[in-house]
Design a protein around this ligand. Structure first.
Ligand code: FAD
Length: 332
């Protein structure tokens, strides 16, 4: 949002993370006549930043890119600029619940540490995808991801796969399940690229047996050699070079690598319960649940990909709406 934000000591709502969920929460707070501080590390740390074309966003029949949609959500904050302080790039470093029941946030902005208090707090810091490491670096995959040649989300991009050959990156049970799940979209072929690591590493024997059998039954082949580089971007294909000197070309790549960081530190510091898949547990109103007693933590909400849900933008928006409307009704 244009202009230089002026910080206050206290807000009605503190929002940590300004991706699709945090931005929607900030807009709703302002529209309901309350103040919000939104601290965001920067759009390029959000998941959709490398989504070149999203097809399930209502109102965009030709699809829209993640960063364009973020720009539009940021522009929408103009409507509520007197109520919402948008700090970006800013890093939320610590949040505590004070004995008064208010929240106190510590954040870094313009190389300085700041604090602000809020009557309610919304955790919206999202999660981070794991990238394949090639020659010690994660950068090589980004050009292919930015062109939508390598995808990260079945629910988002599975529909682009019919009739196409797909190379799935990953070696563990998550990767094998991803490869199997992709078959729903009727690709021409699916091959698992284990990046030089043992297949089904860490799986118990029964799981290993079952998944290996299903891979064979469903015709999923695999390449075990380490990957040393990618090719064919001009041809809009996913060319993969292996350490043994061979190479393969797929129509599409797909990540079966799961999450690099599910951002547990902030929610856990507030006593939030984390489920077995690593998501923050909430109730239907997106109230964060305390690990100690299974009850909602007063005034604390968790929205978007960070919580247990389906990791989609319409869901990020819906959870933000629910959280802020609940806060409006009960805390503000
Ligand atoms: C390649 C790809 C394609 C996708 N395509 C689609 C699609 O077609 N349709 C769809 O519905 N969904 C799609 N998704 C999923 C969608 O991007 C996510 O569901 C959505 O971004 C979740 O929103 P969020 O606000 O929870 O998290 P994010 O958008 O990830 O935003 C989190 C924000 O928190 C900030 N942050 C993190 N830590 C801190 C901190 N400590 N302090 C301050 N800020 C912090 C980050 O900078 C970031 O801006 C796709 C995802 C990927 C990766």
């Amino acid at each position: 949002m244009p202009g230089f934000p002026r910080l206050r000591d206290a807000y009605d709502v503190l929002i940590l993370g300004g991706g699709h969920a945090g931005l929607a929460a900030a807009l709703k707070t302002g529209l309901l006549g309350y103040t919000a501080l939104l601290v965001d590390r920067g759009p390029k740390y959000g998941r959709s930043y490398y989504a070149p074309k999203m097809d399930n966003i209502p109102g965009f029949p030709e699809g829209i890119s993640g960063h364009k949609l973020l720009d539009l959500q940021i522009a929408a904050l103009k409507q509520v600029e007197s109520a919402v302080t948008y700090v970006a790039p800013g890093l939320a470093t610590k949040i505590v619940r004070l004995p008064s029941g208010e929240y106190e946030l510590e954040f870094e902005w313009l190389k300085r540490a700041h604090t602000a208090r809020g009557r309610a707090a919304v955790l919206a810091v999202g999660v981070v995808d794991r990238m394949p490491v090639v020659d010690g670096k994660i950068d090589p995959i980004f050009p292919w991801a930015n062109f939508g040649i390598v995808d990260f989300c079945i629910l988002c991009d599975g529909h682009t796969l019919p009739g196409r050959s797909v190379g799935v990156l990953g070696n563990d049970a998550y990767a094998v399940r991803t490869a199997l799940d992709l078959l729903h979209f009727r690709p021409k072929s699916v091959e698992l690229l284990t990046l030089g690591r043992p297949l089904l590493e860490g799986s118990p024997d029964a799981e290993r047996e079952e998944l290996t059998r299903r891979m064979t039954e469903m015709g999923i082949s695999r390449v075990d050699a380490p990957v040393v580089g990618f090719d064919q971007i001009r041809e809009k294909r996913f060319g993969v070079r292996f350490a043994d000197g061979t190479s393969r070309i797929y129509d599409k790549g797909f990540s079966g690598l799961g999450w690099y960081d599910q951002h547990h530190a902030l929610p856990q510091s507030l006593g939030c319960r984390i489920d077995e898949e690593g998501y923050v547990v909430t109730d239907e109103d997106c109230r964060a649940i305390a690990d100690s007693d299974g009850r909602p933590i007063p005034g604390l909400y968790c929205v978007g990909d960070l919580r247990n849900g389906w990791n989609q933008i319409p869901e990020a928006w819906a959870t933000a709406e629910r959280a802020i409307i609940h806060a409006y009704a009960y805390y503000l």
